[in-house]
Write a protein that binds this ligand. Structure first.
Ligand code: PLP
Length: 334
């Protein structure tokens, strides 16, 4: 199958599985797993932060970070379209007693500075205490403009807010912008990074930040059920992914550009945007379900909606892009 639904669908191959099988392990809740410790130290170093923490998912990593920065009755400013607001089950509110203050994202994924400033509440017993600004990079595949990130985080600091980056795909941002992970992470107090997306590991996220933030997050991780034991077998996959699958993200970006070009040649398809490893396109409503079924019969897994997302990754080759674009062409040519 050619699976274009998400970059989470990659499966570990021989080299990664061998690294997992060979991993030295211990009990990570006791701080004894050498492979987890090595992953945490490696990611902290690459991102220019003091410390790192290995967590099972990006959702838990974002939540542990929010809970490390904010207490009960505090508030975080976040994008209306952000994963850490929209796609995490309301965890900050439900489990953290933290109130989200969502702001409409601009077309480039940023949160307009004037809207951030207006959302920061004065100190007054009527209001939740605004404590944190959370941004996302990449967001909808788009790399946040570096100048914007500098301005937004400076505004946050001036107003006494901490800053968190949901960097689930910060590696895509680094490769696409040719900036180091350290440069992209420098403006933030904490960054959460996923290994189960484009990097191709089966499981795992790392949260990085100051020692104090990471120690607080470690307590929350345990409470949230993320204290794993011989998790070095998973951390080994993440270390392997960082070493072998980072630079090659450029191929995914090229493949997404190729996919966008291919779809753009089809009259019935409107390409809305493409950036890094994602393409967004619109299909006539009446063709969505039949086209999705047509593609599935040809071994292609997608979600064809009025506004569809196609994601390239390690398990999608340039030839696969050709197969997909041709299948869509054939459907409309009948
Ligand atoms: C995938 C993703 C996460 C975390 O998702 P998990 O499935 O919990 O690992 C967080 N933020 C963004 C932007 C993501 O795409």
């Amino acid at each position: 199958m050619i699976d274009l639904r998400s970059d989470t669908v990659t499966r570990p191959r021989k080299g990664m599985l061998a690294a997992m099988a060979a991993a030295q392990v211990g009990d990570d809740v006791w701080g004894d797993d050498p492979t987890v410790l090595r992953l945490q130290a490696t990611v902290a170093e690459r991102t220019g932060k003091e410390a790192g923490l290995f967590l099972p998912t990006g959702t838990q990593s974002n939540l542990a970070a929010l809970m490390a920065h904010c207490g009960r009755g505090d508030e975080y400013i976040v994008g209306q379209a952000a994963h850490a607001y929209r796609d995490e089950g309301g965890g900050a509110a439900v489990l953290g007693s933290i109130q989200p203050q969502p702001i409409e994202n601009a077309a480039d994924g940023s949160l307009p500075l004037d809207k951030i400033a207006a959302a920061i509440k004065p100190v007054d017993i009527h209001y939740a205490r605004t404590r944190l600004l959370a941004l996302e990079n990449t967001t909808g595949g788009k790399v946040l403009p570096a100048g914007y990130v500098a301005e937004a985080t400076q505004l946050a600091r001036e107003r006494g807010l901490a800053t968190h980056l949901d960097g689930a795909r910060v590696c895509n941002a680094a490769v696409a912008s040719k900036l180091s992970l350290a440069a992209l992470c420098a403006p933030f107090d904490s960054v959460s990074m996923c290994f189960s997306k484009g990097l191709g590991a089966p499981v795992g996220s790392v949260l990085v930040g100051s020692k104090a933030v990471i120690e607080a997050a470690r307590r929350w991780r345990k409470m949230l059920g993320g204290g794993m034991r011989q998790s070095g077998v998973l951390a080994a996959a993440c270390l392997y992914a960082l070493e072998h699958n980072f630079e090659r993200l450029a191929e995914d970006h090229d493949n997404a550009a190729c996919l966008a070009e291919g779809l753009a040649q089809i009259d019935q398809v409107k390409v809305l945007s493409h950036a890094t490893n994602m393409v967004f396109a619109q299909f006539p409503q009446q063709h969505c379900a039949p086209l999705e079924a047509w593609l599935r019969e040809r071994g292609i897994l997608t979600q064809v909606l009025y506004g569809s997302r196609f994601v390239t990754h390690l398990d999608v080759s340039r030839a696969d892009i050709g197969v997909f674009v041709n299948a869509v062409k054939q459907y409309f040519a009948r």
